[in-house]
Ligand binder design. Structure first.
Ligand code: PNS
Length: 175
């Protein structure tokens, strides 16, 4: 049994994350999607909200029985070991991601050299997509068409207290 772990802030989950979750879950017996704390970011969504958004979003993934949504504090490598995960999965959007992810992979290997990090190349449709971009688009009432699942649109509408522009259009694009 191989357990993979896919860590991130998921603030909020995007269709790019879901694509990685779908592909990674097909490669292992169990995939733990683990929400961790990035010291460089102040999240918009609470941990509870991010867990709920991810749980609802994975409902739409076929064969999702081996996916678990979890959260951790402290070091990823320590949590991975505690959960019996031997492989860390990361999505790579562009070379600009590489330097940071390369450093993370080496740090995690330094902490626990039995941990492997593997990179999945992000689908070309999502190479420009990030949670930060989603929040900026929503804040400025731009369309989220094809970028996030419906439940995230609804949650962003709640946060901003208004309907988002082209929200109906975005929902249609998700179906
Ligand atoms: O989606 P993000 O913001 O790129 O995710 C980053 C995250 C949460 C995976 C990363 O910051 C992390 O692993 N945090 C836990 C602390 C840790 O283990 N740091 C790496 C070694 S110092």
């Amino acid at each position: 049994m191989t357990t993979y772990i896919y860590p991130g802030s998921f603030d909020p989950v995007t269709n790019g994350h879901l694509d990685i979750i779908r592909r990674a879950s097909a490669m292992c017996s169990k995939l733990i999607v683990a929400i961790g704390h990035n010291r460089q970011k102040k999240p918009m969504f609470s941990l509870k909200e991010r867990i709920a958004l991810l749980n609802a979003a994975i409902e739409n993934i076929e064969c999702n029985q081996n996916i678990e949504i979890a959260s951790f504090e402290g070091l990823l490598a320590t949590y991975a070991r505690k959960r019996g995960a031997t492989v860390i999965v990361k999505g790579l959007r562009a070379m600009s991601d590489f330097e940071y992810e390369f450093q993370m992979a080496l740090l995690n290997e330094h902490i626990d050299d039995s941990l492997e990090t593997i990179f999945l190349i992000t689908n070309i449709k999502y190479t420009y997509l990030s949670s930060s971009a989603v929040k900026e688009l929503a804040e400025n009432n731009a369309s989220l068409r094809g970028l996030v699942p419906d439940n995230v649109i609804e949650e962003l509408e709640q946060k901003y207290g208004r309907r988002l522009s082209n929200a109906a259009d975005a929902r249609a694009a998700n179906h």
